[in-house]
Design a protein. Structure first.
Length: 451
C-alpha cells in the first residue's frame, strides 16, 4: 500500500517531509546547532522550574491513575509514566510558567515545550545520540513554523498556536527521531494535524499550558502510529479541507516549502528573560530601563503610560488578575511589577504577587494604547513621578532574534530554574552535558539528572 500511495502526485506536504526525512546532522548550520543547544538548556530549566506548580500536581494525580506502563521520566518528580503521558506532563510543566522560548518569525510559537517533551520520552524508548536529538529538534521547528505560515489568520481566529502548530512540530520531530521515511513522515503530519487543537480562551488558566502537553503527546502518538503504517492524507496542510484552509480565513499553502533549505528556522528562535506572555516583554524592558536610569520611587508615580503593538492589548488585557496565571496576561500587572521589583521572573507572577495590594494600587496607574505602526517586539513607556516625565523607547525586546539573550544569560537562567529542584551539582552536570550535546552518545544520561 505504501508504494502505491507514494507514487501519487507530489504534494507540498510530501515535499516538506521528503526534505526533513533526508536531512542529516551535518546539514545543520553552526547557528542551528548553537540554537539547539541553547534551546534544550533553556527549556529543561523551564520544565524543572514548573515541575512543582499546583497545575502539574493536579495533572499528575490523574495521569498516575490512568497511565499505562512506566516507560518515560517526568522531570523533577522522581516518577515514570507511559510513553504519551510523560510528554503530556513534561510539555505542560515546560509551558506552565510561560517562561519557555518563543519563535516569532511569522508565528508566535512556543516550539520547545511540545517538541522536546516528545523527544525526551522517545529517547527512553531506544538509545538516542545528542546529534540525532538536535537534528530532530530542528526538524520540529521547521515543520511547526512552516505549517503556521500557511495559515496567516490562524492566531487571529482564536487558536493557541502552541497547541495546534506544536502538535505538528512535535510529530515531525518524533518521526525524525524514529527515522521514518518520507511516506511515513507524511502520514505522521497527517495524523498529528487532525489532532491539532488549543483555544486562546484558556489564557490565564491551567488549560492554556495543557495545550503544550497535549501537543507533545499527540506528536508522539502520531509518529508511533505512522511507524507501523497507519496512514493519513498526503496533503494535510494544503488540501481543500486541510490545515491551511480550515484553520485560517486566509490560506498561503506555498509557504510550507518557500525557501526550504536556505536556512534553518531554529536559528531565529527567541528566549524569554521574563516569565509571562512574550508580547509583554518590550514594555517590561521599557519600564525597567526607566527604573534603572532614574531610580524612581514607585510611591511617587502618578502614571505609567505605555504605547504598544495592538496584539499586546488583545492578548494581555487582564486588568485585575487574581491568580499568578492570570497575571501573566496582564499589561498593567507586568508594568507594575517591573517598576516595583525591577524584574519579571517567576516570583513576579505568583498568586501572592497578583493579590499584593501594593502591586494592585500601582496597576491602576498604568494606561496602555495600541499603535499599529509598532513591531511586536517594540514599545514606548513614559513614567510620570514627582511632576517629571521620564520616557524610553525599546526597539527590540530582550530575548528576541534581533536582541538575543547571551549564552551566559541563558546559562544563568537555567541554573536559577534548575538548581532549586535538582540541586546545584546535578544542574551543573546537566548544563555541561547540554553544552556538548552533539558529542553525547545517550540522552538517557541527561534524563537521569532531570528526574
Amino acid at each position: 500500500m505504501d508504494q502505491n500511495l507514494d507514487t501519487q502526485a507530489e504534494t507540498l506536504t510530501k515535499t516538506l517531509c521528503g526534505y526533513l526525512a533526508a536531512a542529516q546532522f551535518g546539514d545543520l548550520s553552526a547557528a542551528a546547532k548553537h540554537e539547539a543547544r541553547r534551546g534544550v538548556l533553556d527549556w529543561i530549566g523551564c520544565a524543572l522550574a514548573g515541575s512543582g506548580h499546583k497545575t502539574i500536581t493536579t495533572l499528575l494525580a490523574v495521569l498516575q491513575e490512568i497511565s499505562g506502563r512506566p516507560q518515560a521520566t517526568v522531570f523533577g518528580r522522581n516518577l515514570r509514566l507511559g510513553l504519551t503521558d510523560a510528554p503530556l506532563a513534561n510539555g505542560q510543566m515546560g509551558h506552565v510558567l510561560d517562561y519557555d522560548d518563543t519563535h516569532m518569525g511569522g508565528v508566535v510559537l512556543h516550539t520547545s515545550s511540545p517538541v522536546l517533551a516528545a523527544l525526551f520520552a522517545l529517547a527512553e524508548r531506544a538509545p538516542v545520540s545528542g546529534a540525532d536529538f538536535m537534528l530532530a529538534y530542528a526538524v520540529g521547528f521547521e515543520a511547526g513554523v512552516r505549517a503556521g505560515r500557511t495559515a496567516p489568520g490562524h492566531h487571529k481566529g482564536g487558536w493557541h498556536l502552541t497547541g495546534t502548530l506544536g502538535t505538528i512540530a512535535a510529530s515531525a520531530a518524533s518521526g525524525k527521531l524514529l527515522e521514518l521515511d518520507r511516506q511515513r513522515l507524511t502520514y505522521t503530519l497527517g495524523i498529528a494535524a487532525t489532532q491539532a487543537a488549543g483555544m486562546q480562551q484558556n489564557r490565564g488558566t491551567m488549560g492554556k499550558s495543557f495545550h503544550a502537553g497535549k501537543a507533545a503527546a499527540n506528536g508522539v502518538l502520531a509518529a508511533l502510529l505512522a511507524e507501523r503504517g497507519f496512514d493519513s492524507t498526503q496533503e494535510i496542510i494544503e488540501g481543500k479541507k486541510g490545515f491551511a484552509r480550515i484553520y485560517s480565513d486566509v490560506a498561503a499553502p506555498e509557504q510550507l516549502t518557500a525557501g526550504l533549505g536556505e536556512s534553518w528556522i531554529i536559528e531565529t528562535n527567541g528566549h524569554k528573560p521574563y516569565a509571562c506572555g512574550v508580547v509583554l516583554h518590550p514594555l517590561i524592558d521599557a519600564v525597567i530601563a526607566i527604573r534603572n536610569r532614574e531610580a524612581i520611587d514607585p510611591a511617587a508615580v502618578s502614571e505609567i503610560a505605555l504605547r504598544v503593538h495592538p496584539l499586546v492589548l488583545s492578548i494581555t488585557g487582564v486588568v485585575e488578575p487574581s491568580t499568578g496565571l492570570q497575571s501573566k496576561f496582564s499589561t498593567v500587572h507586568s508594568a507594575a511589577v517591573a517598576l516595583l521589583d525591577g524584574s519579571a521572573g517567576v516570583a513576579q507572577y505568583s498568586d501572592a504577587k497578583a493579590l499584593d495590594p501594593t502591586v494592585a494600587a500601582l496597576r491602576r496607574k498604568v494606561t496602555a494604547v495600541a499603535d499599529d505602526t509598532l513591531r511586536k517586539d517594540e514599545a514606548y513607556a513614559a513614567i510620570t513621578a514627582g511632576g517629571r516625565r521620564h520616557e524610553v523607547h525599546i526597539a527590540h525586546a530582550s530575548g528576541t532574534a534581533d536582541n538575543p539573550m547571551s549564552d551566559a544569560a541563558i546559562e544563568a537562567k537555567f541554573m536559577a530554574n534548575a538548581a532549586p529542584v535538582i540541586g546545584r551539582a546535578r544542574a551543573e552536570h546537566a548544563r555541561d552535558f547540554v553544552l556538548a550535546l552533539e558529542t553525547q552518545q545517550d540522552m538517557r544520561v541527561l534524563i537521569a539528572l532531570l528526574a
